[in-house]
Design a protein around this ligand. Structure first.
Ligand code: PLP
Ligand code: ZN
Length: 408
């Protein structure tokens, strides 16, 4: 059967050690996450970007650059090729003439975590995994539980009590093994680490398996393809564990290597965090290569409440290498942006995504973003998953038969 993937091996970005991809691998022995490497020369010789553009409208259109060998092992619900749209009204408001949304709300399970779940679960299935465990801030657990059910893999999911309520219901309805914890994702991580150590289940924690990032990197491929196989000037990403921004940077490097885009021309990558949890921003301000644990973190943008990310050094590398920056947004500003996007552009986005729009506005005001630059904000999920972030004020309840007058 034809090989669906041109994967070659796994490589440690810290110490350079390499690993086989044909068996289960987790972290490098030095403790770093592993990155997937492909035979890019073979991809170059066998596939053109024009061919890719004619393929199925899912992220599996990039299958040579994904880690699954046999097409039969692909677990898909039709994820990927999400909308990439211009926001002219909001752009005019911000003084950015070319403002775009990459909208990951329009995807199965309602968040971009689906990409990592589809690719991660497909590879787990190929490797014969029967049981996995993961800590989550909600959306990833929901997506992995749903895809795991389709692959007949048992999923143990541990999430904070404060995670969006709908995500625990998604795990439950999928038949996942759901556990709630009265703490943060870092506390959930410790519980999962114990379980992995004692019972040897597959550790699907962020970056502790190498394949989730491969799913998320397809956001980078899609943005470039949808932008006409060019890179925009700026991409703003709501950064928690940082997998998305690491993945987008990896995708750009791969596409440069493949000759699909100009070598050396990068979008400036912006790591957007909340003021209540900004470890990457603090590290970037000091020019450091790693972040420190952010004490007592809190934000309503729950997906980016990650006090210390395992891949922080990779996020910072992507930001420094592309002349990007890191910025923290107040709760007030991100909620105002959520309302503004819905009321001007008709799109109810999640609070994490809203933070990127608030960041674009502020960076434009500071002159860091120029008027004519092409700016892409990543909305990582559907606003409908976070009904509690919207407070309704001044709405009157009518009695049947009561007459209604509106201002016109
Ligand atoms: C909606 C949403 N946005 C952003 C993030 C942060 O993702 P990453 O790990 O890629 O930084 C999460 C993670 O839970 C999320 O659920
Ligand atoms: Zn290593």
């Amino acid at each position: 059967m034809k090989d669906f993937s041109y994967i070659s091996h796994l490589e440690c970005p810290k110490c350079g050690e390499t690993y086989e991809e044909t068996k289960v691998q987790q972290l490098c022995k030095c403790g770093s996450p592993l990155l997937v490497r492909y035979d890019l020369e073979k991809v170059k010789a066998n596939v053109t970007k024009e061919e890719i553009s004619k393929r199925t409208n899912t992220l599996w259109r990039y299958h040579e650059l994904l880690p699954v060998h046999s097409e039969e092992n692909v677990v898909t619900l039709g994820e990927g090729m999400t909308p990439f749209e211009k926001f002219p009204t909001l752009g005019a408001e911000y003084g950015i003439n070319n403002l775009y949304i990459k909208d990951e709300g329009i995807i199965p399970t309602g968040s971009f975590k689906t990409r990592g779940a589809s690719v991660g679960i497909s590879k787990a299935k190929e490797l014969g995994v029967k049981q996995l465990a993961m800590p989550t801030n909600g959306n990833a657990g929901a997506a992995w539980a749903l895809y795991a059910s389709k692959a007949n893999i048992k999923a143990t999911i541990v999430m904070p009590l404060d995670a969006p309520q709908i995500t625990r219901k998604e795990v439950f309805v999928a038949g996942g093994d759901l556990h709630l914890i009265n703490g943060l994702i870092s506390d959930a991580g410790k519980v999962v680490a114990g379980l992995v150590q004692n019972q040897g289940v597959y550790d699907a924690s962020t970056l502790k398996e190498p394949y989730r990032i491969e799913g998320k990197k397809t956001m980078g491929y899609e943005i470039v393809e949808q932008f006409g196989w060019k890179v925009p000037d700026v991409i703003l990403y709501p950064t928690g564990g940082g997998v998305g921004i690491i993945g987008i940077y990896k995708a750009i490097l791969e596409m440069q290597e493949l000759g699909w885009i100009e070598k050396g021309k990068f979008p400036r990558l912006v790591a957007v965090q909340a003021e209540g949890c900004a470890p990457i921003v603090d590290a970037w301000k000091k020019g450091e290569k790693e972040s420190k644990f952010f004490e007592n973190s809190t934000t309503c943008a729950f997906g980016i409440n990650v006090p210390k990310a395992l891949g922080d050094f990779l996020v910072l590398e992507g930001v420094y290498a592309t002349d990007g920056c890191a910025i923290a947004i107040s709760e007030e500003d991100l909620l105002a942006a959520q309302k503004q996007v819905a009321s001007l552009e008709g799109n109810f986005i999640c609070p994490e995504g809203a933070a990127t729009f608030a960041a674009a506005r502020i960076l434009r005001e500071q002159g860091w973003i120029k008027e004519d630059e092409h700016v892409v904000c990543l909305n990582t999920g559907l606003g409908l998953k976070y009904p509690e972030t919207v407070e309704i004020e001044g709405v009157q309840t009518l009695q049947p038969g009561q007459e209604l007058f509106v201002n016109n």
